[in-house]
Design a protein around this ligand. Structure first.
Ligand SMILES: [Zn+2]
Length: 300
């Protein structure tokens, strides 16, 4: 079965700001957040970075064919390293573009420039880190429409990590305002839906959106973190199974959120979680594990 991981992170070093504090690489998986050392990657990540070679080795080990490299302000701005990685492994990797949308018009220009001059595609939004430095602002504001206009004009997909009720409202508005954009909701609705192992009302709203709108999809990654559970993740696999029954196999895509998720399971277990423990029939698994992603992101 072809397998494509649509959510993996690489960086040559951590270089981020989160909650107003700098986050940078130490060693053996540790990072420094402000003055404080924290365990960020597993200890086997000697330089506390996430090289493309390490991702490829994990993919080879678990028989995963391809991956989408996803940006996040929590790792830092790494368009250059992501682009370099895609050039090294053009048959295995594609990279998602990333700009700071708070800059509005100039972010839009930067994004168009990335589409014109690099092989990066799509756009990633992670609302928590993006708006930490701009409290009160939010993804659906008109000031940010120039960014969405560029995404729309270049026919690019958007990958969105939602955090708040406001984010869910914004997504519903954006889908109406920009109906031709392809939207992928990261981590099955993430923090906007799963809080301390409890599912909020937003989850039903998002499942309905994915089910009804042919341009809106979900990725299956990171759910075990929200349930705080161990492999084989009984609550998470039940949630993925339920999402599959509601939205259908055509609208779900497998992903790992590598390497952060290696703190919770091996890469192979992140494959098995969906292929073995969700009770999804083989024909539908093929769509979820790779064929949907191949059609949407790797066929042009
Ligand atoms: Zn991620």
């Amino acid at each position: 079965m072809m397998m494509i991981d649509i959510h993996a992170h690489v960086c040559d070093r951590l270089a981020a700001i989160t909650n107003g504090q700098p986050l940078c690489s130490l060693s053996y998986g540790k990072a420094k957040l402000g003055n404080k050392p924290i365990q960020f990657f597993p200890p086997s990540f000697e330089r506390s970075n996430s090289p493309a070679e390490m991702l490829i080795a994990h993919m080879d080990h678990a028989g995963v064919d391809k991956a989408l490299l996803m940006a996040n302000p929590y790792y830092g701005y790494h368009n250059d390293y992501i682009s370099e990685s895609v050039k090294k492994y053009p048959d295995r990797l594609k990279g998602v573009a990333f700009v700071d949308m708070i800059k509005g018009e100039s972010a839009a220009k930067e994004l168009a420039d990335l589409y014109d001059n690099t092989d990066l595609f799509g756009f990633k939004v992670e609302t928590d880190s993006t708006f930490q430095c701009a409290p009160g602002r939010h993804m659906g504001e008109e000031d940010f429409f120039p960014v969405w206009d560029v995404i729309n004009a270049y026919k690019q997909p958007v990958f969105i990590h939602l955090f708040t009720d406001r984010d869910v409202e914004d997504l519903l508005k954006l889908v109406k305002r920009f109906p031709d954009i392809t939207y992928v909701i990261c981590h099955m609705g993430a923090d906007a839906c799963f809080k301390g192992g409890r599912i909020s009302g937003n989850y039903a709203v998002l499942l309905e959106l994915v089910k009804k709108n042919p341009k809106v999809y979900m990725d299956t990654s990171t759910v075990p973190v929200y349930y705080d559970e161990e492999y084989p993740f009984p609550s998470s696999t039940a949630a993925i199974r339920q999402a599959y029954e509601i939205v259908g196999a055509e609208k779900l895509m497998w992903a790992t959120d590598y390497p952060g998720m290696l703190n919770h399971a091996t890469y192979q277990q992140l494959v098995n979680m969906v292929t073995r423990h969700c009770g999804i029939p083989e024909e539908d698994l093929k769509l979820i594990m790779g064929e949907n992603a191949q059609r949407l992101f790797f066929s042009k």
